[in-house]
Design a protein around this ligand. Structure first.
Ligand SMILES: CC(=O)CC(=O)C(=O)O
Ligand SMILES: [Mg+2]
Length: 221
């Protein structure tokens, strides 16, 4: 087809997210370390690009930043073998913005995280040229809020590797060209407030900035 994969966020494909993929992040939120990947989805309406603000949804008291390496799936595949998995990847820097108070409430009731993870603007992204990441399991992720360092981590510390995740997920749901896979966040997550600026990046590869705003109530007549 003629669509440009570099504009994958416009395609309406799914966003598959991995939770609790770093031991230090499990520890900081007092979550158990998973024995198999924890998977959830975000809607594609969550995407924003640099130049747009990240908006705290009305009624949420605590939106947390989570910087993550994103994988753009470059071709369709089911039951993708680990040995073939790296043929299916491109890279993106991503934020898995999370309404933590909504998530905590959902967790306590055994309910899904869709609202906490899927609100509008909850998936800021920035593209990366594939060649700039020779080894995705050895990159440094960082995030500052208002120039104060909050997250520093290395993808060496992922519990489940990218080939493992692609094999695991594609054995249940087809991965399609243009899907985004978020690989989990290292420790240091925390709240952002209106007026803050989130600045995050991958050492020597890419960085991106997003201002934080309060969502304005929509006026309907
Ligand atoms: C506790 C979480 O929100 C899980 C998650 O998204 C992660 O990256 O870990
Ligand atoms: Mg996350």
């Amino acid at each position: 087809h003629s669509r440009d994969i570099k504009r994958f966020w416009e395609w309406g494909r799914k966003i598959v997210c991995v939770g609790r993929n770093y031991i230090d992040h499990c520890a900081e939120l007092k979550n158990p370390v998973p024995s198999s990947p924890l998977i959830f989805l975000k809607p594609t309406s969550a995407y924003i690009r640099e130049g747009e603000p990240m908006k705290i949804p009305t009624g949420c008291d605590s939106v947390h930043h989570e910087v993550e390496l994103g994988i753009v799936i470059s071709k369709n595949g089911s039951d993708i073998q680990q040995s073939q998995a790296m043929d299916y990847v491109g890279y993106v820097l991503a934020l898995d913005m999370t309404a933590r108070d909504w998530q905590d409430k959902a967790k306590s009731k055994g309910q899904p995280w869709s609202m906490a993870k899927g609100f509008d603007t909850s998936c800021p992204i920035s593209g990366i040229e594939k060649e700039t990441i020779p080894d995705p399991h050895n990159i440094n992720l960082w995030l500052n809020v208002n120039d104060e360092s909050k997250q520093q981590g290395t993808t060496k510390d992922m519990i489940f590797t990218i080939p493992f995740l692609i094999n695991y997920i594609s054995s249940v749901m087809q991965l399609e060209e243009g899907d985004l896979l978020l690989t989990g966040t290292p420790k240091g997550v925390g709240p952002v407030r209106p007026g803050d600026v989130i600045h995050c990046g991958i050492d020597s590869v890419v960085s991106m900035k997003f201002p934080v705003e309060e969502e304005k109530e929509s006026i309907t007549s």
